[in-house]
Ligand binder design. Structure first.
Ligand code: ADP
Length: 402
């Protein structure tokens, strides 16, 4: 039997999954990828072959009460029906917060789960959804190993100073510090830099993960030394619906003068801000680009996004003491030619020179000249989770298959 891994990325009403098979010591091989959406309401399931061709699809009516638990059981039984010599060996989960206790992936037992639940207040909009499938699977298939892989772990290499807030000790002692997120994405990019340019793998690199969530990470020799996200996934760059860095005084204003409850203020900063809040139109960069010529608010949202990225890159260049390479990744970074052009052109002072033609076709190298280089590298967070799950469970096919 060939061991198979399910890799899960759970949201409040969605469940993204990928299935990998493990053959000897080779890189985990993607077999299928899919998605459940509309969970708890009118749910929909779609699964595709690794190459992208549709394989299967199913829908449920609201009255079916099809939630996360039903989706997980459906996935396990769907896999059994498509086994073809494979045996489900483990599940690897994306978990946004590992706190200070988990500097790397962790096999989940009851005490690990309890510990991860204590981190819910640090990531209230993500952590509960990430933990839900772990809780369900521990109840429904207790024998199946489950591994938690964290978005924070990659940044544990940062110095004490880089992760400190200038706050009194009694707050810092509660774990209030800069953690950083998108670590699974940065881990992937760091792991493939040598394939693009060996010089980059050793050098000073800034990775721009620009998706619905967005952050930057400064890598030196492939390890994280600074990042724009901090204590929560709100900090740093403006995002699809999140505000990015705002003066903490704004939050007091919202509570005291606008009389918002903490929950309403949190909702505003997480779900009504960013590109959506500034444009009043959409959190989707494709929509904003389409409308930017006729709608000044759409243009303003994009301009602010690009301005904040270039300013924060300046800060990370200072932290690195220079720059050898700039990498664009995630939905906007991989696809939005104009954002890459605007950011790179505004960094001419660093010696970056955009290769317009290469940028239009997606690179991978999109710079010319002798200075720092710029690149487009598609991220692959699920592969990192599969790698981590496999290596934690003992690497070999025999141990996974047992
Ligand atoms: P998530 O953080 O949800 O994983 P993604 O990495 O999928 O987000 O990025 C979503 C963003 O990528 C959206 O703003 C979307 O508009 C943008 N995007 C996706 N495809 C394109 C495209 N072809 N051109 C411009 N933007 C794109």
């Amino acid at each position: 039997m060939i061991p198979a891994l399910i890799i899960l990325n759970a949201g409040s009403s969605s469940l993204k999954f990928q299935v990998f098979e493990i053959v000897d010591d080779a890189e985990p091989r993607l077999v299928w990828k899919g998605l459940y959406e509309g969970l708890g309401g009118a749910a929909h399931f779609i699964v595709r072959h690794a190459g992208g061709a549709d394989l299967d699809e199913m829908s449920w009516a609201s009255a079916d009460v099809f939630g996360h638990e039903e989706a997980l059981m459906h996935l396990v039984s769907w896999l059994r029906g498509h086994q073809d010599g494979r045996k489900l060996a483990a599940i690897g989960h994306r978990v946004v917060h590992g706190g200070e206790a988990f500097p790397g992936p962790e096999l989940v037992d009851e005490s690990v789960l309890r510990s991860l639940e204590t981190l819910v207040p640090l990531a209230p909009l993500h952590q509960p959804h990430n933990l839900k499938p772990i809780q369900i699977m521990r109840r429904r298939l207790p024998e199946l190993p489950q591994v938690a892989c964290f978005d924070t772990a990659f940044h544990q290499s940062q110095s004490d100073i880089a992760s400190l807030f200038a706050l009194p000790q009694e707050i810092r002692e509660r774990g209030v510090r800069r953690y950083g997120f998108h670590g699974l994405s940065y881990d992937y990019i760091a792991s493939v830099l040598k394939d693009y340019d060996p010089h980059l793998a050793e050098g000073r690199v800034i990775v721009a993960h620009l998706g619905n969530g967005a952050s930057l990470c400064a890598l030196r020799g492939g390890t994280s030394i600074a990042t724009t996200m901090g204590f929560s996934a709100l900090d740093g760059l403006p995002m699809g619906t999140r505000c990015g860095a705002v003066d903490a005084g704004v939050v007091f204003y919202m509570l005291r003068e606008m009389k918002l409850t903490p929950e309403a203020a949190e909702r505003m900063l997480y779900t009504k801000s960013g590109l959506l809040g500034v444009s009043g139109l959409s959190n989707d960069m494709r929509v904003l680009r389409e409308r930017a010529t006729t709608n000044p608010d759409a243009k303003r949202a994009i301009d602010l996004f690009v301005y904040r990225i270039t300013r924060e890159i300046g800060s990370l260049v200072a932290a690195l003491g220079g720059i050898d390479g700039l990498i664009f990744t995630a939905g906007i970074g991989e696809n939005d030619v104009a954002t890459r052009a605007e950011v790179t052109n505004s960094l001419g002072w660093l010696g970056l020179v955009l290769d317009e033609a290469a940028n239009r076709t997606g690179g991978p190298r999109i710079s010319s000249g002798q200075g720092p280089t710029a690149w487009v590298i598609p991220t692959n967070e699920e592969l990192v989770i599969a790698r981590q799950t496999r290596s934690l469970l003992g690497a070999t096919q025999a141990s996974l298959a047992s």
